[in-house]
Design a protein around this ligand. Sequence first.
Ligand code: ATP
Length: 347
Amino acid sequence: MTGPLLSIRGLSKDFQVGTVFSRRRVRAVNDVSFDLPAGRITALVGESGSGKSTIARCLARLEQPSAGQVLLDGEDILRTERRRASRAYRRKVQMVFQDPFGSLNPVHRIEHFLTRALVLHGRQATPEALRELMMTVGLTEDMLQSYPHELSGGQRQRVSIARALAVEPRLVLADEPTSMLDVSVRVGVLNLMRRLRDERNIAMLYITHDLGSARYLADTTMVMFAGELVEGGDALAVMDAPAHPYTRLLLSAVPDPERAGSYDPVERARLREAILNPTSCPYGDDGTCSRTAPVRHIVGEDAGQPHWVRCHLRAPASDIARRVLKATDRPDGEATDATEKAETTAA
Ligand SMILES: Nc1ncnc2c1ncn2[C@@H]1O[C@H](COP(=O)(O)OP(=O)(O)OP(=O)(O)O)[C@@H](O)[C@H]1O
């Protein structure tokens, strides 16, 4: 494994919400640290509102973090590029958004988006360069003359990826890149991301609700809940041997054809209680447990990477987390919005 291309350390982000008379701060991301190595796909999974997009937006410099460091090749860009990202940073770090419909202006042909990206970053928009970009993402050259509405959702997302690739980035931040696509074309986009990792050694942060696609695509998976990371490690190990009750709760909502009736409301209630009102931690033998700090316990090592879990004793920092989690199941086992979202996206 190569060293990290980009690392974040102690990243936090607060938002001001409310009216002038009732201003308050919401902590969307709290003290998050992780590494993104070149040539690896790192999945960030969690339910809606857990803070995944906020992290991606901070890394893309669309939001200014409230605290922490963003180290690119070891240099803290929040210190060296305080107010906004340099063109050099934006060239290295590109973002692909969830909505391939909204991110391409309908009045332009596909050629325009790719030409603009190439030229903005000082490259020549030759017919060869355009053709190569289209071929890289599995589109044909004649589609350069199409308008976005003439392409399918999957094709549009490939154009968005080609636009990001035009500047030869070293890191791609992909925020739910397949969630608005038909199931039938999702796997094509996931395979494209995998190919780009393998052929171009690109680092990727893959943000998703969909645990199945994280398992399929990622080398490393990190689980986020209420603004904090609660577990991380080799993607298969995290999915097959989840160590945090929140990861288990997420997985318990994924339909499993091999375990008919596996959706167990009683077990889910127990897991929610363990998350909201923790009383013990199974990994505290070394005396490092903490209710106040996001201490990580190492629970194993798989495929050369540590599998860690945040101390079970640490309860969610915010009341919002408690409310969201309490709403995920009703006592009768009927799914509410959040659970339904997790189930349908995981299907
Ligand atoms: N611009 C903003 N102003 C105020 N609050 C915000 C803003 N952006 C995000 N938040 C809040 O920060 C929290 C995290 O949001 P974020 O979009 O990062 O979550 P997410 O895990 O990406 O969810 P989703 O998958 O639904 O996009 C939420 O409580 C959200 O309401």
